[in-house]
Design a protein around this ligand. Sequence first.
Ligand code: SAM
Length: 282
Amino acid sequence: MNRLSDIGTIKDILSRHGFTFSKSLGQNFLINPSVCPRMAELSGAGKGVGVIEIGPGIGVLTNELCKLADKVVAIELDKRLLPVLEETLGEYDNLKVVNADVLETNLHKLIEDEFSGMEVVVCANLPYYITSPVIMKLLEDKLPISAITVMVQKEAAQRICAEVGSRQSGAVTVSVNYYAKPEMLFSVSAGSFMPAPKVDSAVIRLNVLDKPPVMVNDEKKFFSVVKASFSQRRKVISNSLSSGLSLDKSKTAEILEKSDVPLNARAEKLSLQNFADIANNL
Ligand code: SAM
């Protein structure tokens, strides 16, 4: 549909469908017409590419993705939006809308069934209440996807895109960097949404790596080390590790020494290699 991201069009559609926003589903719809074309372009959507979109809402971003990609599968949990999407995007024969919870969806199967032979990317204005679980599911499931371009709250974007080993880094920074190279693309003001959230947002792209940048023997151990290390940010690594992993102090000291990590270092100063060494020496 033309002029779909025009505020007048959006208000008209929503009122005709008697739609009311659900806060618990993170429904803040984009009303800034310049954002979606830019996001779709930067997502890698194009000829030969299939796109998974999470939470199409009334379809403003979907509309741009359908113009560029060979095929788009949009997963929307709120079934009240299905008739709205039928009205706004019914003209596209390269679109499939799936009424499901993305966290409960078998994305391997979806990719196999819908995108055979295509490069696959993910593009979404994510509902804020499940930002981290969705990003981690997309990465941990080891899907055959090349990039994940998502709008998230600005603070979450800064945390994810921080350098590992810098003060801004956290468990999510290390975890994401194990699977992908994150990139900050552009900021989006709170006024670009209806209803306007309290904080600004940003679009980031996670360029998925073919293989992790460090060698880890047991990924479960690696992620529990990362989680424990950052669980008490102000504590030194020897304390946060021994309490987070229920290890005695002398054992923890032995592992850190073997990994060449000072006992009094802070988690935010550690490199990916440091976390991998600790996990491999556990
Ligand atoms: N893409 C639209 C836009 O940019 O205007 C809407 C984005 S809005 C921030 C998030 C969307 O995700 C809503 O449409 C909401 O209903 C949907 N959603 C929330 N939780 C979901 C879930 N678990 N699985 C799939 N969609 C979900």
